[in-house]
Write a protein that binds this ligand. Structure first.
Ligand code: UD1
Length: 446
């Protein structure tokens, strides 16, 4: 275990690999097994939940990612002591155990320099406010995939009695006598706002009713952890949550659920290049929206006692029509990967993005590789080509960048993916996991 003061040493360094590139020689089939990491999008809010208690929160299966390191840094500033336990080294294969203890809140300000790099850091607003009666959090940054406002987070916390105003790029929130239970209906489904307000309501006085909540598995995973910490939450997995606030929450131990976006990404990679891979630790029910689509394209997916087995042999890929939607719909975080996949389908596919406004930035990069894509409003019309051709391309956001890796693995010749730091935010040991299954993929240090 490390000494537990501030972010552990092992976290540093991930963010330093900003200029690295990935070099891919396409065409190899994938055979073998790929371990699936803990979900980034569950790990982040779970780490933030440590702010709600003065006792240790132990989280197992936390992936080694730049976003996790970034959040650890922010939590360190706020007073959370973070220690790594067990096989916590950077090379640990099956995730790491973090022990987060917020004995006291040292600072209620989350500064711009740290928050701007990652939107999920905004989730500290609700817990800080609930625990300390005040919080000052910079408006967030994150991927450049549209405006991504935080109005639902703010209105939800106001419904719990907070007074909130904006000043010089900061959200300044106060609840001098603590938060009180309230009623809020989210105008649209929002994962982060549901998580933020649910955490705050767990420590408010009285009952809170939240309607039109997100039901993404990561939201439910967080709710399970809060319940283990003593929260009273009903309606898990439904759009209506009833939360009976508690005067304090205690420590707990919780295991992060497997990453469904990583699972879907590798399933699509096998679909694109052919072969047979077992995704070890994956949970099939988390990718229910993806399975029928891949099956209709000609991919075989079965559950095994260790995870999910994916195979495609021989035949061409059929085209598909897919629209992204909140869970249980097809995830926007797999849209770029699916687009890369259908670039080589036999026929015309339609992919419609409904969650984010600006999430087609991979289109011009795929076009550099010979893809035939026309964008009409929120829909990309993709006419399959015989074979993509390798090219230098630029990663523009986290999920787009892994879509380009997938395209590079399927393409003929050499692809260089620049700005790999986007990948390091969300995919753990990507080149190692793929390389072990036969992909020709390596990181070039710049
Ligand atoms: C989370 C995920 C992200 C995923 C997204 C949608 C994390 C850390 N990130 O992001 O990977 O792509 O869900 O599944 O879990 N919106 C508003 N006002 C708000 C909040 C959101 O208008 O206050 C809009 C957003 O602009 C977007 C939509 O609601 O159009 C959904 O966003 P949201 O579910 O909040 O995404 P995140 O929680 O940021």
């Amino acid at each position: 275990m490390s000494d537990g003061t501030g972010p552990p040493h092992q976290f540093r360094g991930v963010t330093e690999k900003r200029m690295d590139r990935i070099l891919i020689r396409g065409g190899n089939r994938l055979n073998g097994e790929i371990p699936i990491s803990g979900a980034k999008n569950a790990g982040l809010p779970l780490m933030v939940a440590s702010l709600l208690s003065d006792e240790p929160l132990i989280l197992d299966y936390i992936p080694h990612l730049a976003d996790i390191s970034q959040l650890a840094e922010i939590l360190g500033v706020l007073g959370v002591r973070i220690a790594l336990d067990g096989n916590g080294g950077a090379e640990a294969a099956s995730g790491r155990t973090l022990i987060l203890t917020a004995r006291e809140i040292a600072d209620t300000t989350a500064p711009y320099d740290l928050v701007r790099k990652m939107r999920a850091s905004f989730f500290v607003l609700g817990p800080l406010l609930a625990r300390s009666g005040k919080a000052k959090v910079s408006l967030p940054g994150g991927c450049a995939i549209g405006p991504r406002p935080v109005d639902f987070h703010i209105k939800g916390l106001e419904a719990l009695g907070a007074t909130i105003h904006l000043e010089e790029g900061y959200v300044i929130a106060q609840a001098n006598d603590g938060l009180t239970g309230g009623h809020y209906r989210f105008p649209h489904v929002s994962v982060g706002a549901t998580e933020n307000v649910m955490m705050a309501a767990s420590l408010a006085k009285g009952e809170t009713l939240l309607e039109n909540c997100a039901i993404e598995p990561e939201v439910t995973d967080l709710a399970h952890c809060l319940i283990a910490m003593g929260a009273k939450i009903e309606g898990l997995g439904t759009r209506t949550l009833r939360i009976e606030g508690q005067p304090r929450l205690h420590g707990a131990r919780h295991s992060v659920l497997p990453d469904r976006i990583e699972t879907g990404t590798y399933a699509m990679t096998v679909a694109a290049v052919g072969g047979e891979v077992e995704l070890v630790g994956a949970r099939k029910e988390l990718i229910n929206a993806v399975i029928p689509i891949l099956e209709s394209m000609g991919v075989h997916i079965t559950e095994t006692n260790r995870g999910v087995h994916v195979s495609r042999n021989g035949a061409h890929l059929e085209p598909v029509d897919v629209t992204t939607d909140p869970y249980p719909g097809f995830p926007t975080d797999l849209q770029a990967q699916l687009m890369a996949l259908v670039c080589q389908a036999k026929g015309v596919s339609h992919i419609t993005e409904t969650i984010f406004e600006n999430r087609f930035m991979h289109v011009p990069e795929l076009a550099r590789m010979g893809a035939d894509i026309r964008v009409e409003g929120q829909t990309a019309i993709v006419t399959g080509v015989e074979r993509l051709k390798g090219a230098p391309v630029m990663a523009t956001d986290l999920r787009a960048s892994v879509g380009l890796v997938l395209a590079g693995l399927a393409a003929e010749g050499e692809t260089i993916v620049n700005r790999v730091y986007h990948l390091d935010r969300g995919f753990e040991r990507l080149e190692e996991k793929l390389g072990r299954c036969g992909a020709s993929i390596e990181r070039v240090k710049v």
